[in-house]
Write a protein that binds this ligand. Structure first.
Ligand code: UDP
Length: 263
């Protein structure tokens, strides 16, 4: 699949055109950002790991019947995906209170929620992605009631599937953010709602079940160190990377000779 012009560059990914107007290439960068871009760094190898982890998770969700934008992984840093018109909403699911929720409502860090909490934020960097209600979504036409009903249902199913997937490898899924878009389905010849973007330690909070060690982007946000080792640990536990691979010892200069398990 030939890479065409750059369509869009975000904080952690770049989207390129392809010859097919319905397909684009998603490239995972090593750039890490936090606090609305105030904190920035390059974390060597992060893009490679997120590409693999997100591919693994989305493939598993697709096997459970959830439609996603993923077509296939192309190489270490890139995936072929369906071009989707993204809803301007971040869908956040929380199982345990931490991060902005604890600050906003004065809830104790680590409180286990009675049931998963679904929150909506407007995707608007210049406003720090503010929390919005369903009524805001309908009042401004960011999505309609049927779309939100459908997305809410899938989002909670995704939470169930991912919570189980991570629990099986000794990780608690604390919270995560997902995005959806509308993409062309060439079989039905209709636009359909698909899970888009990525699901990775950049977009989830993942704690070790026993030690509560953070295995996600909070290591970067809170300067805890060993970011790449934590992401690598997630990949290893999910069975994506063989035990002996140590990404931190790999030279990221040009080629990245990391051995991954064959499909
Ligand atoms: N999250 C994300 N992108 C965002 C905001 C949040 O991926 O722009 C994820 C974040 O990694 C966490 C969850 O959504 O897993 C809830 O984040 P929270 O609102 O607590 O964000 P904070 O402001 O504390 O990073």
């Amino acid at each position: 699949m030939n890479k065409g012009n750059k369509l869009y560059e975000g904080k952690a990914k770049i989207i390129y055109q392809t010859k097919d107007k319905n397909l684009v290439i998603q490239h995972f960068k090593d750039d890490a950002t936090a606090f609305n871009n105030l904190k920035k760094a390059k974390v060597e190898g992060k893009g490679v790991l997120n590409n693999r982890i997100s591919e693994f998770i989305l493939t598993n969700l697709m096997q459970s019947g959830i439609q996603t934008h993923l077509v296939r992984r192309l190489n270490m840093r890139e995936q072929l995906i369906k071009k989707a018109e993204i809803f301007p909403i971040e869908f956040i699911v929380r199982n345990i209170a931490t991060g902005s929720l604890t600050k906003r409502l004065g809830i104790a860090e680590g409180t286990i929620l009675e049931k998963p909490l679904l929150e909506y934020c407007l995707k608007k960097d210049e406003l720090n992605d503010p929390l919005i209600s369903r009524e805001h979504i309908f009042a401004f036409g960011w999505a309609n009631e049927n779309e939100i009903k459908f997305i809410d249902k899938i989002t909670l199913r995704i939470n169930d599937i991912l919570s189980g997937m991570f629990r099986a490898v000794g990780i608690k899924l604390v919270d995560f953010k997902i995005e959806y878009g509308k993409a062309w389905n060439k079989d039905t010849e209709e636009n359909e709602i698909v899970l888009a973007d990525e699901i990775s330690p950049d977009t989830c909070r993942l704690w070790d079940v026993k030690t509560e060690k953070k295995l996600d982007k909070d290591r970067f946000r809170k300067d805890l160190g060993n970011i790449i080792q934590a992401y690598q640990e997630v990949a290893r536990r999910l069975g994506i990377m063989p035990e002996e691979t140590n990404i931190s010892e790999v030279n990221f200069g040009k080629t990245i000779p990391i051995k991954f398990k064959k499909k």
